[in-house]
Design a protein around this ligand. Structure first.
Ligand code: AMP
Ligand code: MG
Length: 491
């Protein structure tokens, strides 16, 4: 049975941590709000009735005109390392946690509204988000989930014609975001940097109790170490999944690192079009600190900052031991994922060289990453039409032939049923990712008042391994008009 928006069950555990962890704050309503997007998949997570989309109370609640019974709106405080530089205090400068909804399966979902107005942590900011950035986060996070990669979720977007000033004047919007929790590495860093060890321990206990309950039976010292190890493992695996799917987060500051190892804070992110290991989606990152191929290292660096915040809850020795494992976890996960992308079921010593020579080829030929692997999924040695399909994706067909001459005997040695391999690869290599041009198309249409494209894209990306014949054009490489799209931190 579904519930109306004002019938959700709330249990605000974060609010109970006490006032040092947040500022109680109400959203500042936007004038004349309207619903831009509503995601029934995310509504189901809250047991929210689908008719909520047309319920005026939903709009009013997201826009802060009414306070839902049982909620406890607040802005969390945190700190973080931004582009390697320590920032002693950050916090939700434009996001407000309404509360934690508990669904019938006893799952806990933070319901957060992003772009909800100023808080004590807004610094110089206006507390707002623009329609453009909310559409990118809405579609990006649902696309990530569709790929099977842990992520925050997106419930809805509410827009308003109120002007918001960025590089140019845009309009305001509020994104409703869901996550089991939004606690970040930076939340721990804040209290640690102030020497408030009891707060660090209290927050760790809160996180373990609610999100790592399997560790509760361990003795305290061991429990914290096992928890830290779990966070590091999840982080390494998450980054490996990003690597395999061609995703670059763009702003991997420690305040954007989820303590649950889920993808958090979609800003100037990007999925690869042409393969480029040094891809930097964020034009505000000229040094490429957060380039595609830097993410594994940055993930480790961020885990080390978390360790520093957790000492002495965990010992320095324990932290170093866990950090030692990060690289192995990352590499073994990537190895597994890439074997699956290539349709290899067994392991051979030649695989490393086979895989790296493929990536050299993709790099040298600027081949579209997603399209290549999707097309490779249908490759079969000796079948001309399948080979020709690959020729259409790779500009240097001679180099492709050289690589296929190694790949073909390798998959034949696997002795798998070709139909099984094809099915497995089509379930691993998506036809669709949220290409920057695709998001931009939805944004431009929305800015012109047409929100249908957002829903079309969401529906395709929730099942990116299916063909969606009517939307095959969503799988295209960037069209001419989109070649020079620039993304910045400004959102
Ligand atoms: P982000 O780049 O979105 O992860 O934000 C980094 C920090 O800046 C966070 O603490 C945000 O709350 C804050 N922030 C970003 N944009 C704004 C804004 N428009 N108004 C207030 N705070 C903001
Ligand atoms: Mg952030």
């Amino acid at each position: 049975m579904r519930r109306a928006i004002d019938q959700l069950q709330w249990d605000n555990a974060y609010a109970r941590l006490g006032a040092v962890f947040y500022q109680p704050i109400r959203p500042t309503p936007l004038p004349a709000p309207y619903l831009v997007a509503f995601n029934p998949d995310a509504a189901a997570l809250l047991d929210l009735d689908e008719t909520a989309a047309t319920d005026p109370r939903l709009l009013a609640a997201i826009n802060g005109e009414i306070e839902l019974p049982g909620t406890h709106p607040l802005a969390t405080i945190y700190a973080g390392h931004q582009f390697g530089v320590w920032v002693p205090q950050l916090g939700d400068g434009r996001a407000i946690l309404l509360g934690e909804a508990i669904n019938r399966r006893h799952e806990r979902w933070d319901v957060q509204i992003k772009g909800a107005g100023p808080t004590a942590f807004s610094r110089m900011g206006d507390g707002r988000a623009v329609l453009r950035s909310t559409i990118r986060e809405y579609l990006g996070s649902e696309a990530m989930h569709g790929l099977g990669i842990p992520s925050t979720r997106a419930l809805a977007i509410v827009g308003s014609n109120a002007p918001v000033y960025r590089e140019r004047t845009e309009t305001a919007a509020v994104l409703v975001r869901l996550a089991p929790t939004h606690v970040r590495f930076g939340t721990f860093e804040l209290f640690a940097s102030r020497g408030e060890r009891t707060h660090v321990a209290r927050l760790a206990d809160h996180v373990i109790e609610l999100y790592f309950p399997e560790l509760l039976t361990l003795p305290a010292a061991e429990r914290y170490r096992a928890w830290y190890r779990s966070v590091v493992t999840r982080t390494a695996r998450l980054v490996a999944q990003w690597t395999a799917s061609g995703f670059t987060h763009g702003v991997l500051n420690t305040d954007n690192m989820s303590i649950l190892g889920i993808t958090l804070d979609y800003g100037p992110f990007g999925w690869l079009d042409a393969y480029d290991r040094a891809f930097v989606p964020n034009h505000s990152d000229p040094d490429g600190r957060y380039a595609f191929n830097q993410q594994p290292m940055v993930g480790l660096w961020n885990c080390a900052r978390l360790a520093e915040a957790l000492i002495p809850l965990i010992t320095r020795e324990a932290a170093l031991e866990v950090l030692e494992e990060y690289r192995r976890t990352y590499e073994s996960e990537v190895d597994t994922l890439l074997h699956a992308k290539l349709g290899l079921v067994t392991r051979e010593p030649v695989d490393g060289a086979l895989i790296s020579s493929l990536f050299d080829l993709l790099q040298a030929t600027a081949t579209d990453y997603t399209r290549f692997f999707r097309t490779l999924s249908r490759y079969a040695p000796g079948e001309t039409s399948r080979r020709e399909a690959l020729y259409r994706e790779v500009s240097d067909t001679a180099a492709l032939d050289t690589w296929l001459a190694r790949y073909a005997p390798r998959i034949l040695r696997d002795d798998a049923d070709p139909a099984d391999r094809e099915r497995q690869m089509l379930g691993t290599n998506p036809a669709f990712v949220l290409r920057t041009w695709l998001a931009e198309d939805a944004i431009r249409q929305a800015q012109a008042g047409n929100f249908e494209r957002i829903e079309e894209i969401r529906r395709v990306l929730r099942a990116p391994f299916d063909e969606h014949a009517d939307f095959a054009h969503f799988a295209a490489a960037p069209p001419e008009w989109a070649r020079e799209l620039a993304l910045s931190c400004s959102s």
